[in-house]
Design a protein around this ligand. Structure first.
Ligand code: HEM
Length: 129
């Protein structure tokens, strides 16, 4: 159907929950990224990323209801994000995307998701090192 959102086309809430769960499982064992997050809690961060991505791809707008305008570059200012952090983040995200089967993510949707993540991660870089 022409009006179907990307969110619906790739499997809706279940797909975004699986994607962010797998992403943070990778972050939890990444020595570059793990220290940037609170020691005792990755669940809050997982939930915020899940809500943001759902909203971005045409799903529920819970993120903005709770957090307001995303202003993601500003919200990442407290963290030093150089190319190492960007590449570590993308490594985790590529693993997470690869874990979603072709039954939910066909080649075109997979490409769109990967392209977006690469663009977004680059836009978060705020340090030359
Ligand atoms: C928050 C790291 C890229 C989306 C955070 C936080 C950290 C972080 C440490 C704080 C955890 C928290 O939510 O409490 C990084 C690093 C990146 C990166 C090292 C490397 C490039 C991205 C990208 C996106 C994103 C590309 C979106 C596609 C978010 C969102 C939040 C967040 C939605 C929560 C913002 C809020 O509402 O407070 N990130 N991030 N991040 N990040 Fe990233």
């Amino acid at each position: 159907e022409a009006s179907e959102t990307f969110y619906d086309a790739v499997g809706g809430a279940d797909t975004f929950a699986d994607l962010t769960r797998r992403f943070y499982a990778e972050v939890a064992r990444d020595e570059i990224l793990r220290p940037l997050y609170p020691e005792d809690d990755l669940e809050g961060a997982e939930r915020r990323l899940r809500m943001f991505l759902e909203q971005y791809w045409g799903g529920p707008r819970t993120y903005s209801d709770e957090r307001g305008h995303p202003r993601l570059r500003m919200r990442h200012q407290p963290f030093r994000i150089g190319v190492m952090e960007r590449d570590a983040w993308l490594r985790c995200m590529h693993t997470a995307i690869a874990s979603i089967g072709d039954d939910r993510l066909d080649a075109d949707h997979r490409r769109a998701l990967v392209d977006y993540m690469e663009m977004a991660a680059q836009s978060m870089v705020n340090s030359p090192l």
